[in-house]
Ligand binder design. Structure first.
Ligand code: SAM
Length: 436
């Protein structure tokens, strides 16, 4: 695990939430006093403070400073170690709040070791893109008894994210029951994800998955689907040859590859020769705008100083001005981006076509912003493109269909108010909207 990510993942669970987790556990297993409890990524061991619920607690924590500051009750101990070095199993309960670290932040050697160790213990073959908390959740299942219980505070997103599909399938194959309670308020204000209390009961063979919301005071409301509404979460699909959503281009460092109008003029780069229009975010676009033509592009992006000119370093031949610009980019600037360092020529990105539609991946209203791309801008970064082999009227109809589609009801919300659609979910919606 990279050091700065380790520090950033050290978000402590508020004490009332610790208590709430124990009270959800006691509803799942009334009267049970757990003989042995394991906590992976235990921090200061705060889950051990509810002493009447267990006899022995062991917390594994990598950071010595957390352990040295801890004040533990009798029956509890903390061990400074990596959670994946700990071989003890047969725990009745694995409780805790594991680290949230996206796969880019994981040390690849550590991740490969952890994924292998889960497989060696008979667990699922997780994707390399799995978040640390998904890896920890799998480890919790490996370290508990056949009829044990896993109770973890983890982001709600694991119930739908493709990077956790192997874990969900593994749990389904075992028939264990799963209850996922999404918090209806921000319990970790600094973390941009919705937290849940996830309970996996290995004693049960019902295979039932229940979804609900939980308030900080413990009021639970069950919902029909993981979306939290009566509608099913949008599925995932690949695009077709005629209609396909694609991720925004990642050329490797927008401050190098995408210039503002001022920078373009400074380097004497010519429009449509050295640079082409692109869009890296639709945040500043009015929700009601339907068409991005050259006039609106000029107003919204060029004159406002947004990064909106993608350099044509994907081409074979560069003008003397573009060559000068590229040779002026210092190695310590581009070498920070693995996309650049893994290319033969650091600047030679693979181009994307200008899509028919531009779609924002994040949104706060009912649906994301959708623009007809009359200016021929390339979608970059968090903006998706829709490639559509159709005439202008059909493209306009598809844009209207997307704007009218109720995405909000069919997505898992990531943090308060913010929704995000995955590119493969957009493909599923496009397939639905295509005339048959
Ligand atoms: C989200 S914090 C939660 C801490 C504590 N359980 C709580 O609820 O307040 C996750 C903890 O996992 C620890 N951690 C991260 N990677 C670890 C690893 N590989 N092995 C053990 N602990 C780890 C971090 O240092 C951090 O204290």
């Amino acid at each position: 695990m990279k050091k700065d990510h380790l520090t950033r993942c050290q978000v402590e669970t508020p004490h009332d939430v610790v208590q709430l987790v124990w009270s959800v556990i006691s509803k799942q297993r009334p009267e049970q006093v757990f003989a042995s409890v394991l906590d992976l990524g235990a921090g200061d061991g705060r889950f051990s403070l509810i002493t009447d619920a267990y006899r022995h607690y062991v917390g594994i924590e990598r950071d010595e400073t957390k352990v040295s500051q801890a004040k533990l009750p009798a029956g509890a101990r903390l061990i400074v170690a990596d959670a994946f070095e700990w071989e003890g199993d047969d725990y009745e309960l694995c409780i805790g709040n594991p680290p949230y670290i996206r796969h880019h932040g994981l040390d690849s050697k550590w991740r490969d070791m952890a994924l292998k160790s889960i497989i060696a213990d008979g667990g699922p073959a997780l994707k390399k893109t799995a978040n640390a908390f998904v890896i920890f959740l799998a480890q919790a299942l490996m370290r508990t008894k056949d009829d044990g219980l896993v109770a973890q505070v983890v982001p709600y997103e694991w119930v739908t994210r493709p990077s956790a599909i192997e874990l969900r399938k593994f749990i389904e194959s075992k028939g264990w029951s799963v209850d996922v309670y999404r918090f209806d308020s921000d319990i970790f204000p600094t973390v941009l994800t919705t937290a849940s209390i996830t309970i996996i009961d290995k004693k049960s063979v019902s295979g039932a998955w229940r979804f609900g919301t939980i308030s900080r005071t413990g009021t639970v409301k069950f919902t029909n689907h993981a979306s939290g509404t009566r509608s099913k979460v949008i599925s995932y699909a690949d695009g077709s040859a005629d209609c396909k959503a694609i991720r925004g281009l990642s050329p490797g460092g927008q401050e190098i590859f995408v210039l503002t109008e001022e920078e373009r003029l400074f380097y004497s780069l010519k429009r449509n020769k050295d640079v082409r229009p692109c869009v890296t975010s639709l945040r500043s676009v009015d929700q009601n705008l339907s068409n991005l033509d050259s006039k609106t592009f000029e107003q919204i992006f060029v004159r406002s100083g947004a990064r909106c000119w993608l350099i044509r370093s994907d081409l074979d031949d560069h003008s003397p001005e573009l060559s000068r610009y590229l040779s002026g980019v210092q190695a310590d600037a581009w070498s920070r981006y693995s996309t650049c360092t893994t290319r033969k020529l650091w600047w030679r990105y693979r181009p994307h076509p200008a899509p028919a539609l531009l779609v924002a991946s994040g949104f706060t209203f009912k649906s994301p912003k959708v623009l007809l791309n009359d200016v021929g801008a390339v979608a970059v970064g968090s903006v998706y493109g829709v490639l559509l082999d159709e005439n202008h009227d059909a493209v306009r109809m598809m844009a209207n269909g997307l704007r009218d589609y109720d995405f909000q009801r069919r997505l898992v919300h990531h943090s308060n108010g913010l929704k995000k659609i995955e590119v493969r979910q957009l493909n599923a919606v496009l397939a639905d909207l295509l005339p048959r």
